[in-house]
Design a protein around this ligand. Structure first.
Ligand code: ZN
Length: 287
């Protein structure tokens, strides 16, 4: 099986398990070229593919389309954020992220969870972890110490079954498919900014009627059952955009409130943005 086919099949398998994916090239960067000039701020709202992690999808048919646009794809990325994050432990150039993690575990008194672990092409590891509902872990490099990067909101992990320039990415052979374990509380604390500097990302409405309306729509998204989240989000976004068109809501407030609600409900931020943008286009077409 060539690496394109293997990457696609692995990506589709990841989708079956609820992950949002997009194609990567051999050098681990997005395989679909951006449709924009350098310096753009589009995160996929234009509706075209080519926005890296913002292309990530949980829809198998759309994933196939993305791979068809990327004949040189050799792997796939899994979008992080929401409940799913990862620790990227590098072991090269004299730095060992595993050592750093063990030191942190000793110092702060937590056990390193036996969780889904991916062996990387360069001898490092990715530990897949889950975070509690409503907690946002940012993507960052070196926050925990040398050799450890946090893959959170806006970041991605190279998925197992991908091929890179110096080897492939695979499930840890001894550990196997143990399932994603929760991040230990003490470790989670180290991943988050100090509490004082971290006000909860939450919609603080200022209007009265529009405030109540937007809060209602946010509740629809927050209350969506698994499997209906995207449909509910689309519905809520279409209603909200209609209010924007009537001049009753500010577009950036609508987008922020609905994205926050969708992420809190476990959707990938990229997917939420795309659904909201797609609802925008449908209402714009109707107007
Ligand atoms: Zn765009």
């Amino acid at each position: 099986m060539n690496c394109w086919t293997r990457a696609l099949n692995s990506a589709l398998y990841a989708i079956e398990r609820g992950y949002a994916v997009f194609p990567l090239g051999l050098n681990k960067t997005p395989a679909i070229r951006s449709p924009h000039e350098k310096g753009h701020s589009c995160r996929g709202q234009c509706g075209q593919p080519g926005h890296g992690v913002h292309d990530a999808t949980t829809d198998a048919a759309y994933a196939r389309q993305l791979f068809d646009l990327a004949p040189r794809a050799a792997g796939y990325g899994i979008a992080c954020g929401g409940k799913f994050i990862g620790l990227d432990l590098d072991r090269k150039n004299g730095v060992d992220g595993c050592t750093t993690l063990h030191q942190l575990a000793d110092k702060h008194g937590f056990d390193i969870p036996r969780t889904t672990t991916i062996c990387t092409q360069s001898g490092g590891f990715h530990l897949w972890l889950s975070v509690p509902d409503g907690v946002t872990v940012s993507n960052s490099a070196g926050r925990l110490g040398p050799g450890i990067d946090i893959r959170g909101t806006g970041g991605y992990l190279v998925g197992p079954g991908s091929v890179g320039k110096s080897g492939d990415y695979r499930l840890h052979p001894q550990r196997g498919d143990v399932g994603v374990q929760p991040v230990p509380e003490q470790l989670l604390k180290l991943m988050l900014p100090a509490p004082a500097s971290r006000p909860a990302r939450r919609y603080e409405p200022t209007g009265d009627k529009s405030e109540a309306a937007l809060n209602g729509l946010v509740r629809v998204v927050l209350g969506a059952a698994e499997g209906t989240r995207n449909d509910r989000l689309y519905w809520a976004a279409a209603k909200a955009w209609a209010h924007v068109d009537d001049g009753h809501m500010a577009p950036h407030e609508v987008e922020r409130a609905l994205v926050d609600a969708a992420v809190a409900r476990g959707l990938a931020e990229a997917e939420a943005l795309r659904t909201i943008a797609s609802a925008r286009r449908s209402t714009a077409g109707a107007a």
